[in-house]
Design a protein around this ligand. Sequence first.
Ligand code: NAP
Length: 486
Amino acid sequence: MEDVDVLVIGSGFGGLGAGVELKRRGHSSFVILEQADRVGGVWRENTYPGCACDVRVHLYSFSFFPNPDWSHSYARQPEILTYLERVARTFGLLPHLRFGHRVVETKWNETSARWDVSCENGARFSARFVIAGLGGLSRPALPDLPGLPTFKGPVFHSARWDHSVEVSKARVGVIGTGASAIQFVPHLVERSPKVSLFQRTPPWIMPRHDTPIGPGLRALMKAVPLVQLLFRWALYWLHELRVPAFVKATWLMKVARLAALKHLENQVADPSLRAKLTPDYTLGCKRVLVSDDFYPAVAKPNCEVVTTPIDTIVESGVRTRDGQVHPCDVLVFGTGFQVTDIVGQLSVIGRNGASLADVWSQGAKAWYGLAIHGFPNFFLLTGPNTGLGHSSMVFMIESQLAFVMKTIDIVLNTGARWWQVRDDAEASFHAAVQRRLQQTVWLSGCRSWYLDERGQNVTLWPGFTFTFRAGLSRFDKRLHHLEGVS
Ligand code: NAP
């Protein structure tokens, strides 16, 4: 059993950000446990062709580590992964990283007031604080389609892309038309003789306007860091302007709807294909996607958009409910992630032996998606209701980390045994968030991964990101309990 002050789980944006902040505050007794063999989180796992961020990268990156060298405004996955590796190296995190350490259980020990943490490989740790940077998009969702085991060709999920599969001679069936699929479908259509795209619900798609960042602008950003700072600042506020459309004046969405329909009209000439690709729900209810190459790709003659629901998978392809078999040699699932099951297989046991899975059996909730009553000195990064439909998650992570660091310092400096959020503070926070969500576009009647099986939105933050940050900007003693401190 190894003793540390702080144990961080995961090395994506959350875990690495936590490591950097711990270092900057002079903490040296911490480890970052990572199940894989390199850092990166989703940016390590998702290697599908076309994978890129769908928020402009000058905002979707750490404020404390600007990169003047981004090649595109929507950076590609390899570049973001390299950036995260640079973060780990630059901030001296490598000695703290333990690869091949998949945490299976973290259990509060009342006697020692520490967390006992066990890994699949047998390693065990005792930590005063746990920061869980598990990420919401780490566990692929693979639908249990009838007949799938009978399919004779390769089958894989977009987050587990099988690069050994040669698509240039294969007919490819793609299931799903979400954020990932619209990025890899153009690549498949360019290479494969036939792509059958099985669409359950058409997404709303806005123009992406991705631009390469020329050497001149890069040199300027490098020479005058203020330029990049101002650019980031401008991007931040431009994104915040979108919030009212999502949370209040959903009529604003009607304007965006016209822009999206125009985008479809400009890119798809065939009216029957356009009809298939036109959503029938309010724009914004599901994640709004950005793409300049998806519509042109699906309009190509070697791509077929199939809207008849899937009946079963057969040996040679996909049979739809009209009895037609669509021949496929390869099946690719772009079917998303298990987002609402936040801690997944990780067993988190808090005070009095309570398991987080049980505490959340009626729906996940946490104060600012971060603190859960009954789970002392435990911080969950990007937990319930912290997701965004309009801006960068890195902003949310940095907001949470500022509070985490403050709280750790308070516990250490006051001599408290432990800290936890008060029950009533957590409950009233949750009620307020759920109340605000009622008027939002996300509850306007579509099925989306934002909602759990009870139809409750446990995923998104219903407001401006600066209000989220403001709520975490100070440690209000009325909301928190410090054990052993009067
Ligand atoms: P997703 O947005 O959840 O899309 C899943 C797709 O699969 C949807 O079209 C869904 O249809 C379909 N689907 C699911 N189960 C199905 C079934 N049983 N039969 C037929 N179709 C089924 O997943 P994703 O595209 O992987 O993206 C997930 C999230 O990852 C995104 O929303 C985004 O937050 C993130 N992402 C981010 C980036 C980035 O650049 N930052 C890039 C890619 C992904 P329905 O709509 O009918 O449910």
